[in-house]
Every structure is written in structure tokens, then in C-alpha cells.
Design a protein around this ligand. Structure first.
Ligand SMILES: CC(=O)SCCNC(=O)CCNC(=O)[C@H](O)C(C)(C)COP(=O)(O)OP(=O)(O)OC[C@H]1O[C@@H](n2cnc3c(N)ncnc32)[C@H](O)[C@@H]1OP(=O)(O)O
Length: 469
């Protein structure tokens, strides 16, 4: 599989068929149907080293059968407990079986526990497309990492992570990626914060619309129509925005509240923006939170805003900013460089909070670095340290005037600029968000000319992952 393509099929179909599973609707779901490589990753047995480590402490590290309803239900219960959710309802179990069949499910079982089938640790992964500057690479997406409070700090999370990263390497995936509950967890495994997220809170009474007024129209649509349109509009946005990830199965229905386990879907409102020719270029989902004390200062929570182009972006934001009875508009998971800040009359009406969000871990340095484009040519000799030994080495990297890189193991020539850094730092640089100069100033990499390195690795389109997985 080339590092710049990612196609992939549903490795597993859930056994629950009541009602009939829907036809695959998103690009992801369609692609899942026929990619043997993704199925191969899904079906690999558990890592022997990690399994032996668990065995030595009397525990069993296993890969679960997605089609086994009891195993899946127990795994899902443990994940819910790990993330402080309530016990999954029957509707949630069924939806999970239907929508999560593509995930490789790992569990740790404790034969000494009162209920030995209930996992004491969980882990999920799947192969999907990660948008990078100028392209897309296959990534091992990781989610649902939990360890029961009764079994914490015995190395179970480490055993699962190390084992699953080795499996991802074996499957030929050049990077791994995840979203995090805590910033402190994943740097030790070589993950770097590669796409941050900004939360915006707008005081609409103060902001004042100073942006363009596009010629198209904004209309209310049903949640079902939003669900049907969103994948295509999102895929157009994703193609040019590093940091976005191919939408995992089940997520569109979760956002739109069109899954059988949706909670209060009736509170969601959906709108679209169509250009004057009638082409839908933007979509948004939101809910209103009424302010009982002052109806004229109620709040809008935008849960999704997908804008393919500047007109769609301006039209949707203007729609929210000029709504009657609204005092506050909130949105999360935005880029660090939102045009909205330049579309309001009073900049201080917008409060921006920044958080680390999408973490990336390079597993195969040549494949990963060749999978993206660069903004300036350069020749580098990159020495990478990796505490897990997966991607350590010295690499000669040459970027031509078109921004295409050729990377191979070796020292390069005497003209190459020497760079020394850890895999966490190289991974953080990967999507072009943080500048190499900033990492050098922070003492996180060494290079005699960090400005040259920064010029090559930066990317003008800001990185962003607009959701959690
Ligand atoms: C991608 C995702 O799913 S993100 C979600 C992560 N999960 C959660 O936040 C759910 C609640 N938390 C948990 O379930 C657990 O505490 C976990 C999964 C975070 C950690 O599980 P444990 O089995 O206790 O971790 P383990 O014993 O393997 O520790 C591995 C390392 O991480 C460190 N570590 C573990 N938890 C934390 C923490 N909360 N903060 C900082 N360091 C931590 C350990 O000190 C250890 O360090 P070392 O190996 O470098 O010495």
C-alpha cells in the first residue's frame, strides 16, 4: 500500500442484523468493503511480547471477536466505565455492534476476578486516512484506551500500546494517531501534539458582523438530509486540511442523532449553505441553550460547522452571529487561525481557548515524511531518537523545489543540514502546525539553522481535527 493512498474495507461485519444494517453511506464505509490491507491489520493476532507480559502477572491479553455479542457487550461496558459513562443501554449495545465492526478490539481479562469475562483494560484501533500537508497517509487510529481503577499503574496501558504499535508497524501503517483525555499520557510512546484545537466563545451582542455577505442562501434542513450531505462536504474540506481524519463508521450518525441510541436528537437543528447555483457548500449542526433569566441572551452550541470555501464559512457564521435572542455562540475543535476573528467588528467579543487535541506518532520515517508535501526545498540529515526503538535512525531527506521529499536511511552528503530530535518532536512537526524554530527555541530539537528547517516543514493551511475519535 502506498503511503499516500488509503482505501479500506470493513474488516468485520457485525452479526446483529435487526433491522438490516444500512447500506454503507460514507466514503469510509464504502472503502471499508474491499481493502485487504485494513482487514489484515484488523485480524492480526495480539502482540506476543505484550501478551507474555500480561501472562506473567496472571492476566490475559486477547483480541475480541467483533461478532460475539457477549464479548462486545462486556468490552463496551468496560469502556463506558473507563470514561465515566453510564452502563450501555441495549440500544447502545446494538448500535455499537452495528457501527464499530471495523475496530480491532483488544482487552485484558483477569481470570481471578469475580466476573472474568469483563475486561479490566480495553483498547481499539483501525486503519484510516490522516490528512497531511498536500496529501493523505494511512494511520493507525487508536481509541477507547481504558484500565480499570482496580488494575491501574501495573503497566497494562503500556503493554497494550506498545503491542498495538508493533502490530501497526507490521501492518505497514506509517503513522499512528489519537485524541487524548490527558496531555501527559502519550508523549512517552512517541506521540506528539500535532494539531491543536481552539474553542471559541462569541459575545454576539458585542461582536458585530464585519465579514462578507455571500450571495448564496442558508436554509434549515432535516437531520437526515444533513447526515446524507455531510460526508461529501467533509471529504472536500478534509482533502486540504492537514490533521483531519477519515470519518470513522458511526460518527456521522452520532453527530446527526440518526442512530437508534441517540440522546435527545430532537434538540439538534441543521442548516445548509448553498451557493447561487444551488450547490451545497456548507453545513452546520447546533442546539440552543435557553437562558431562563434573560431570553434575549440564550446560547448556541455549534456541534459541527463544515464549510467548503470562504462563502460557506462566512454565510454560516453570519447566520449564527445575527440570530435573535442569542447572546453567546460557542464552538470547539477549530483551527488556531480562524478567519472569524477578522469578521467581527470587536475582536474582544471572541474568547479563544487553545488545547492540544490530535496527537500523531510516526512509525516509519521515510514513508511518513515522503507522504506529505513541503513549502521550501532543503537537504537534511535527520537523527531520530525513539524510546520504543520503532523509528530510530539517521535519515537523509531531500526536498525539491516542488515540495516533494525523498527520504532514505543514511547520512546524506556534507551539504545536508544536521537535525537531531526525538520521534515525539518529529511527529509534532509532521502536520506543519508548530514551527521547527519554536521547538528549537524550546530545546526540543537541535539544528544549526532552525529557520531553514522551519521554512521547509511549515504549511500554510492550519492543521485541525474537527471532532474526537
Ligand atoms: C486514546 C485514548 O483512548 S485517550 C483515553 C485514556 N483513558 C482515560 O483517560 C480513561 C481513564 N484512565 C485510565 O483508564 C488509565 O488511568 C490509563 C489508561 C490512562 C493508564 O492506564 P495504566 O494501566 O494505569 O497505565 P500504565 O500502568 O501502563 O502506565 C504507563 C505509563 O503512563 C503513566 N501514566 C499512567 N496514567 C497516567 C496519568 N493519568 N497521568 C500521567 N501519567 C500516567 C505511568 O506512570 C506509566 O509511566 P512509565 O511507564 O513511563 O513509567
Amino acid at each position: 500500500m502506498s503511503p499516500t493512498t488509503c482505501t479500506g474495507p470493513s474488516p468485520v461485519r457485525a452479526s446483529w442484523t435487526e433491522p438490516e444494517p444500512p447500506e454503507p453511506r460514507t466514503a469510509w464505509e464504502r472503502k471499508l468493503m474491499d481493502d485487504t490491507m485494513i482487514r489484515a491489520h484488523h485480524d492480526l493476532p495480539v502482540d506476543a511480547t505484550s501478551a507474555a507480559r500480561a501472562e506473567a502477572t496472571g492476566l490475559r491479553l486477547v483480541r475480541l471477536d467483533n461478532d460475539d455479542a457477549d464479548e462486545f457487550a462486556a468490552w463496551q461496558r468496560s469502556v463506558a466505565r473507563g470514561f465515566f459513562d453510564g452502563e450501555p443501554t441495549e440500544a447502545r449495545r446494538r448500535a455499537g455492534m452495528e457501527f464499530l465492526g471495523y475496530r480491532r478490539l483488544i482487552a485484558v481479562l483477569d481470570p481471578g476476578a469475580p466476573d472474568p469475562q469483563e475486561p479490566v483494560a480495553t483498547f481499539a484501533s483501525w486503519a484510516g486516512g490522516l490528512s497531511v500537508p498536500g496529501g493523505e497517509v494511512p494511520s493507525c487510529a487508536i481509541s477507547s484506551v481504558t484500565v480499570a481503577p482496580t488494575h491501574r499503574r501495573r503497566g497494562l496501558a503500556r503493554a497494550m500500546m506498545e503491542g498495538e504499535l508493533r502490530r501497526a508497524v507490521e501492518a505497514g501503517l506509517p503513522v499512528a494517531s489519537l485524541t487524548v483525555s490527558e496531555s501527559t499520557l502519550y508523549g512517552r510512546y512517541g506521540f506528539g501534539s500535532a494539531a491543536s484545537a481552539a474553542s471559541l466563545t462569541v459575545d454576539t451582542k458585542r461582536a458585530g458582523w464585519a465579514g462578507p455577505v455571500p450571495a448564496g442562501r442558508v436554509d434549515f434542513i432535516s437531520r437526515e438530509r444533513w447526515r446524507a450531505l455531510a460526508p461529501d462536504v467533509f471529504d472536500r474540506v478534509r482533502a486540504v486540511r492537514p490533521g483531519e481524519f477519515e470519518m470513522p463508521g458511526g460518527h456521522w450518525d452520532r453527530f446527526a442523532g440518526t442512530r437508534p441510541d441517540a440522546e435527545k436528537p430532537e434538540l439538534l437543528r441543521a442548516v445548509q449553505y448553498a451557493d447561487p447555483a444551488g450547490t451545497v457548500q456548507g453545513l452546520a449542526l447546533y442546539r440552543i441553550e435557553e437562558n431562563e433569566e434573560d431570553f434575549a441572551r440564550s446560547s448556541v452550541e455549534i456541534s459541527s460547522l463544515i464549510a467548503d470555501g470562504d462563502d460557506a464559512y462566512a454565510a454560516l457564521w453570519r447566520f449564527f452571529m445575527e440570530m435573535d435572542l442569542i447572546g453567546t455562540v460557542r464552538i470547539a475543535e477549530q483551527t488556531l487561525d480562524e478567519p472569524l476573528l477578522w469578521m467581527v467588528a470587536d475582536r474582544r467579543a471572541v474568547t479563544v481557548t487553545v488545547r492540544d487535541h490530535h496527537y500523531v506518532r510516526i512509525l516509519d520515517v521515510p514513508a511518513a515524511l515522503q507522504g506529505r508535501r513541503y513549502e521550501a526545498p532543503g537537504r537534511f540529515r535527520i537523527e531520530v531518537a525513539d524510546p520504543l526503538g520503532i523509528a530510530a535512525g539517521t535519515f537523509a531527506m531531500e526536498v525539491d523545489a516542488q515540495g516533494t521529499a525523498s527520504v532514505r536511511e543514511g547520512d546524506g552528503d556534507g551539504e545536508s543540514l544536521p537535525v537531531r530530535l526525538g520521534i515525539t518532536e518529529l511527529s509534532a512537526l509532521y502536520l506543519g502546525e508548530v514551527s521547527a524554530l519554536t521547538l528549537a527555541r524550546a530545546g526540543r530539537l537541535s539544528c544549526p539553522d532552525p529557520v531553514a528547517l522551519a521554512r521547509t516543514f511549515r504549511w500554510s493551511a492550519p492543521a485541525n481535527l474537527s471532532y474526537w475519535y
